[in-house]
Design a protein around this ligand. Structure first.
Ligand code: BV8
Ligand code: ZN
Length: 252
């Protein structure tokens, strides 16, 4: 049985499926991955440098402008077949948990109701000092980091920067789900960023079949994992169609 057949067979009998996505899932929506994002003005900066509290403390307006630019890219983007297939999978499988490293909100726009956002969201903001949440609509995006009305601190994007802890509730929910899954789909992620990259190994050790969907082999594969080489926008709809073909035993 080839890799795809094994995945379909495992999904048909799985009671609990988990998917973890990375920037590769949004690539087909035209949202560049973290590393590809650096074009034009931003080509001269290293994203791993910009996405840090130190960069924001040193030059809040530069980091603010980078996120404003990325948010404008996302606002012009549409969910792609990969996002939509994941939203449909949640409706087809008995139990499905979607975890994302992405901050673009495209899973929600594709109809995924519950999304565990490990790295926060471009659409949310908070004060860097007192953490007061601040609503900023895309169409009224200030060119510079606004000042908090409560404490005078700088307003920042509500994303997790390198060196910052992930939101505790999201992280523990993600590891709990990974441990309980029979199938763990790792889609469009290079498997380089921790602690998200460890979810696949934790799931595999707990007995799940781990499946990586990526045109390039990710860095966090374990022995026994299945690697489906290709684009998420191509492979996920095929998986969904195959599941629907014979109507799997455990459909809702
Ligand atoms: C923490 C939000 C501790 C911000 C992001 C040394 C060793 C190990 C770890 C570390 C280390 N030194 C430091 C660390 C920790 C560090 C880390 O992991 N560094 C790595 C780089 C070595 N991690 C952290 O700092 C984390 N925090 O550890 O805190 C702590 C604990 C308590 C108290 C204090 C501190 C925080 C990590 C979160 C950082 N924030 N994003 C923003 O977006 O601006 S991470 C960001 O980069 C993305 O969210 C993404 O997760 C990650 C990688 O980005 P991309 O490259 O764009 O995406 P991805 O990797 O997913 O790659 C794209 C993939 O898609 C590729 O594989 C490609 O082949 C594939 N693809 C392309 N097209 C398609 C496709 N796949 C499918 N279909 C396609 N069409
Ligand atoms: Zn404040």
């Amino acid at each position: 049985m080839n890799g795809l057949e094994r995945v379909i067979s495992a999904l048909r009998s799985a009671q609990f499926v988990v998917a973890l996505t990375g920037a590769g899932v949004s690539a087909e929506s035209g949202v560049p991955t973290f590393r590809q994002a650096q074009t034009g003005l931003w080509a001269q900066f290293d994203p791993a440098e910009l996405a840090t509290p130190e960069a924001f403390a040193r030059n809040p307006d530069r980091v603010w402008a980078w996120y404003a630019w990325r948010r404008s890219l996302v606002e012009q983007a549409e969910p792609n077949p990969a996002h939509r297939a994941l939203a449909e999978l949640a409706r087809r499988l008995p139990r499905f948990t979607l975890i994302t490293q992405n901050v673009d909100g495209l899973h929600q726009r594709a109809g995924s109701a519950e999304v565990i956002e490990l790295h926060g969201s471009l659409q949310r903001y908070r004060c860097a000092i007192c953490a007061t949440p601040v609503a900023i609509p895309a169409e009224a995006h200030p060119p510079r980091s606004p000042v908090c009305v409560r404490c005078g601190g700088h307003i920042r994007p509500d994303v997790v920067w390198f060196g910052e802890p992930l939101p505790e509730a999201a992280l523990s929910a993600a590891f709990d789900a990974a441990r309980r899954a029979q199938v763990f789909l790792s889609i469009g992620t290079s498997g380089l960023v921790e602690p998200a990259a460890s979810l696949a190994r934790v799931s595999s050790r707990a007995g799940a079949l781990v499946v990586h969907v990526n045109p390039e082999q990710p860095a966090n594969m374990s022995a026994g994992d299945i690697y489906l080489c290709g684009r998420a926008g191509e492979i996920l709809p095929i998986i969904l169609a195959r599941l629907a073909e014979v109507g799997q035993e455990n459909a809702r």
